[in-house]
Ligand binder design. Sequence first.
Ligand SMILES: Cc1cc2nc3c(=O)[nH]c(=O)nc-3n(C[C@H](O)[C@H](O)[C@H](O)COP(=O)(O)O)c2cc1C
Ligand code: SF4
Length: 433
Amino acid sequence: MMNATSLLNAVALKLPAISIDGVPQPWHELLRLAQTGGLKTWQLRGHELIPVVQGGMGVGISAGSLAGTVAKMGGVGTVSSVELRRLHPDLMAQTGHLDEEPDAKERIENANLVALDREIQRAKKISEGHGLVAVNVMKALSAYEPHVRQALASGADAIVVGAGLPLDLPELAKDYPDTALIPILSDARGVQLIVRKWEKKGRLPDAIVIEHPRLAGGHLGAAKVADLQDKRFDFDVVLPAVLEFFKASGIEGKIPLIVAGGISSREDILRLQGLGASAVQLGTAFAVTQEGDASPEFKRVLAQATPSDMVEFISVAGLPARAVRTRWLNKYLRTEAKLKAVAHEKKKCNMSFDCLTHCGLRDGKAEIGQFCIATHLGHALEGDTEKGLFFRGAGTLPFGQEIRSVQDLMDWLLGGIKTQTIHFQSLRHTAAT
Ligand SMILES: Cc1cc2nc3c(=O)[nH]c(=O)nc-3n(C[C@H](O)[C@H](O)[C@H](O)COP(=O)(O)O)c2cc1C
Ligand code: SF4
């Protein structure tokens, strides 16, 4: 519900009432709200969309509930494919105890594919056919290919790949010409490389996510922590360079750009659309919504973190990452040098299913992280603040520490309206006085 000032502002601007007495209005009201406020809607594979994308967040942070809710509002909602069995007690009962069994890896990965299919169907059901349901798959996963194939077979509208260069994605998706293929990159050089390679395979990206390593959460698209601040990643450097490259290559206007990292207001979207972006992608702000698939404790840790709680480090996947400096992470970082000094190749993966193609811990690579990311992201999903790894972006959140609905977040991002829980009756009273 709106507060009195917001309602009066909305009436003065002839904005549609977007949430009355807690009942969300149809998705097209959000489209109209975006347009009335000067934002541009955008097209992906023939669908007109609001310019807000919810980024994929593993492990289990963005699954069917969050992705479906965002899609229902006319946006792109993204299910993260990694370790989704953790959201399904029956699949955990079948696989959670597996360790030395010779078929442990196969059974765990099968459970993850079943869970991925369930979450895609759940998202599609919640979306009621609006927006698009995407699936995010990390290239660094050992099960990258099966996850992409499952997502395609389960009817994902888009496949979004980060944490590595998805040079093989056009081949993997060749039987699915209607599924949008979207790489995540961080600089103009990466965009040129992927476009050139994909062009040779006869397919262009349907959109590209440009994620800022200085601002985003989770794994970051830079070689080392010292590079995160590099100016070449700034949106006002990357966007003009990429647009210039598109123009010179004769593909101007063909590939929408989605920018990600530190975005929290309508003014941000206006500015970024002014630079040539079609849409923005948010992660942390969606992770802490009521519909977010993580535990309330996970959301609390992210929402309450201040800039001084944030830390960057090298993950076990070999990429820099950004997270909240929780008790476990602090302890790990204090002992990291010692752990690296004794790094050695292990006979067996910590969790039996070799989640990563290259893993600093399992493979004994002393130059990168020395912890089991699958274990600690799993603890975070459950809200275990002692042992969890809580990925988070560096920016501030639109509602501070409050856990609000996706509708509230959309109202704010698209209309600049901060809804409050005031009764309509008292609104009329306030407006009349
Ligand atoms: C908890 C968390 C988990 C994330 N996991 C993934 C992931 O699995 N794959 C991915 O491509 N991006 C991941 N991201 C990045 C988001 O999709 C998004 O691009 C980024 O967080 C945007 O920055 P913001 O958090 O400042 O909005 C994650 C971010 C967060 C906060
Ligand atoms: S040790 Fe942990 S992080 Fe490394 S591959 Fe195995 S499950 Fe993944």
